[in-house]
Design a protein around this ligand. Sequence first.
Ligand SMILES: NC(=O)c1ccc[n+]([C@@H]2O[C@H](COP(=O)([O-])OP(=O)(O)OC[C@H]3O[C@@H](n4cnc5c(N)ncnc54)[C@H](OP(=O)(O)O)[C@@H]3O)[C@@H](O)[C@H]2O)c1
Length: 308
Amino acid sequence: MKAVHFHRFGGTDVLEYGELPEQPLGPDRVRVRVRAAGVNPIDWKAREGLLAPLMDTLFPVVPGLDLAGEVIEAAPGVTEYAPGDEVMGFLWPDVLGRGTCAETVTAPVRALAPKPASLSWAEAAALPLAGIAAYQSLVHRLRVTAGETVLVHAAAGGVGVFAVQIAVALGARVIGTASEHNHDFLGSLGAEPVAYRRNLTGNVRALAPDGIDAVLDAAGRRALRDSPALLAPGGRLVSVADPQAVALGGGYVFARPDREDLTRLTDLAEKGLLRVELAAVLPLEKAAEAHLLVRDGHTRGKVVLTVD
Ligand SMILES: NC(=O)c1ccc[n+]([C@@H]2O[C@H](COP(=O)([O-])OP(=O)(O)OC[C@H]3O[C@@H](n4cnc5c(N)ncnc54)[C@H](OP(=O)(O)O)[C@@H]3O)[C@@H](O)[C@H]2O)c1
């Protein structure tokens, strides 16, 4: 089977596209014919070696954590899925090795959910990691309730677009930071847009003089540092972008594959409450281009690779 892979850390020039052997099928796994693989910032960070201090690496590494595709084989003990089923999910590996930018991948059942017919392959592959990061932040960690004011930093990005819509679905008032060219788009999702390049705190305070109840930071750096001062008394803060949030009195969220959370997200999508914004859909062979787009840090929504 063909896959994008790399044998050493580096720039996009280390990415190759070619044959790799199929993986063995573990007892809790299905083999999936990948139809689309979502691209996340962690993919270029892993390729450049930034995860090497945190986890072991088994070369050749196939990048990619998000997938949507069809089950082509199920291990004998698997009862949840059978060949022909359409699934989606994100795979967090214990060892950096076989990811989803491949014609086939094996996936543990606990990381998957059925793909709703209303989502295209590309939309389904865009949703899992970023959607779960947003959902677990807002629902499990910030415990946002109706009527609260939520601030989402990097609201037009992969995590942010889902976060805005989930917070709106929870009944919150949502303020989202983005560059001006994304403000009408954020408005269409139900958020009040705020510019971040100049006077971020002043811009937010003008909209919410009594303070913010819950901040979800997907930008890091200055956005995170400025956030504690924007909170209302008792306000909560989490970041998915920077663990330094803990030192600021907030929390750090690292998305965990979770079948139930993923199913809640697909339910929202089926009800029309969660739409998937695709910045670019490229063929698998163009993984390098996709990594460069995401590394640039200004895509609206998600970048996805599709497999013929
Ligand atoms: N911990 C986890 O589980 C987890 C999960 C997913 C992602 N992440 C991390 O979270 C971060 C965001 O991920 P993502 O997938 O959302 O990234 P992304 O899609 O690449 O984010 C792009 C967006 O970021 C916006 N942006 C850039 N700098 C900004 C700033 N200073 N203030 C506000 N918006 C800014 C851009 O908006 P404009 O173009 O409008 O400027 C753009 O729309 C990354 O660091 C990623 O590694 C963590």
